[in-house]
Design a protein around this ligand. Structure first.
Ligand code: T4K
Length: 411
């Protein structure tokens, strides 16, 4: 084997955790940013500096908002400084209060945005197969205090929007979506960004499209759009008159320059992600006790998250052991969204019983592993990652025993 070549992993002894050489010299991450054409980015930044217009509805921000509307087929896009603030603006614009139903199996920013505004997030279970909020459970949780449903299109796979729309309109409550993962995705040919009253995107560095930090609210409702624009800019209607309480949630020009540059490589990033996803799918096919989360390829997908479920009862090795095996090989997989928001400090004391009514969330929080992809990861890297996963899972019982022995032997 040449010095730089990736060591093959054929027997357990080859695993770095059992003394072998790590498969990768450099760490592979979930969420490595997609950069696009750096020269284009620098040109744009240079123009912004020359024109000395760096924020406050600058030309790049306006152009990015127009491009996003075009891509999604929506009427209004209001960019923000991050996705969490986009959610907060959306919640205020909708005038929500009391309780809002939200999945617990999401990034903690989703319930935080509600809680930050004094609203009680009522945690709802997800559907085991889709990982998205379960409409049957939503109906069960509606009380006279419920003012809205906040769905999350987890991993970029859209929620069951039609059933949620029916429930929301039947009960006279708002429906909106955290679309942080789902930029560029569709359901029945309709783009995410056009569902519910409004949808909030994240353009964080780790997202399919990023603006370093950033986000946006997208809506077809002109009145919401006007309110959101005012609220984003201290509540100003013109230059001097604040018409309501607002905040500073504006996106700057450098971020928008990154977003515009990212949009130019939209197709290339989808292609790279799709290629990695298909390689994962073929390499992990039939691996007992594991299940790769599949995308409906008839729809538009961004393939930004590669998610595998590990069922310890069938593999003999736990998800967490696999996570550690990979880490030592320099593959930094993530166990999003462990342990479920309902088990995190700000929420667990308020809803101590939540775990018992969230069985799917609890199961997924202990099974899900998110694997590296994106333009920084090659299909060959994916081959190497799958070799490790396959070896570990196919010898799961034996591996588990060896790892446990090591644990016992450790002083
Ligand atoms: N709703 C949902 C459903 C979300 O998933 C999120 C954010 C939000 C709302 C809120 O949107 P924002 O306010 O963030 O716009 C990361 C991201 O920080 C977060 O944006 C994202 N979801 C969440 C799923 O993942 P962490 O705590 O895992 O971040 P961190 O620092 O561990 O980075 C993740 C991986 O990415 C690491 O392996 C390192 C790599 N990375 C990260 C950055 C920032 C890089 O390689 N380069 C980088 O520049 O939350």
């Amino acid at each position: 084997m040449s010095p730089g070549a990736r060591p093959t992993k054929r027997a357990l002894i080859d695993l770095a955790i059992l003394g072998g050489r790590p498969a990768f010299e450099e760490r592979l991450h979930v969420g490595r940013p997609n950069i696009g054409n750096q020269d284009r980015l620098f040109e744009r930044i240079s123009s912004a500096l020359s024109r000395r217009w760096l924020s406050n509805d600058g030309p790049y921000v306006l152009e990015l908002e127009a491009r996003i509307c075009e891509l999604i087929g929506a009427q209004h896009c209001i960019t923000t400084c991050n996705g969490t603030v986009a959610l907060e603006l959306a919640i205020r614009a909708l005038g929500l209060a009391g309780e809002v139903i939200v999945p617990s199996f999401t990034f903690v920013a989703t319930p935080h945005a509600l809680k930050w505004l004094g609203i009680t997030p009522v945690f709802c279970d997800v559907d085991l197969s889709t990982h998205n909020i379960d409409p049957v459970e939503v109906e069960r949780l509606i009380t006279p205090r419920t003012t809205g449903i906040l769905g999350v299109h987890l991993w970029g796979r859209p929620c069951d929007v039609e059933r949620l729309e029916a429930i929301a309109s039947h009960n006279g409550i708002a429906l909106f979506f955290d679309a942080a993962h789902a930029f560029g995705c569709s359901r029945d040919g309709r783009m995410v960004g056009t569902f519910g009253s409004l949808e909030a995107f994240s353009f964080h560095a780790t997202k399919f499209l990023h603006t370093f930090e950033g986000g946006a609210v997208v809506t077809d409702d002109a009145a919401f759009a006007a309110r959101l624009r005012a609220m984003r800019n201290f509540g100003f209607a013109g230059h001097e008159e604040a018409i309501e309480v607002g905040t500073n949630a504006k996106m700057n020009e450098i971020s928008a320059a990154m977003g515009l540059t990212g949009l130019e490589s939209f197709d290339d990033v989808v292609a790279a992600n799709a290629c990695n996803y298909r390689r994962y799918r073929s390499e992990l096919e039939g691996l007992a006790g594991t299940q790769l989360l599949l995308f409906d390829e008839r729809e538009k997908c961004n393939f930004q998250y590669v998610v595998v479920e590990v069922d310890e009862r069938a593999t003999g090795v736990s998800r967490d052991e696999l996570l550690e095996v990979l880490r030592v090989e320099n593959v930094l997989a993530r166990r999003y969204f462990y342990p479920g928001c309902h088990r995190m400090a700000p929420y667990r004391s308020e809803v101590p019983e939540a775990g018992s009514r969230l069985p799917a969330t609890e199961a997924l929080a202990n099974r899900v592993l998110v694997l590296p992809t994106g333009t920084a990861v090659t299909p060959d890297d994916v081959g190497g990652i799958c070799e490790i996963v396959r070896l570990a899972v196919e010898h799961g019982g034996d591996l588990h025993a060896q790892l446990s022995d090591r644990e016992v032997a450790r002083p």
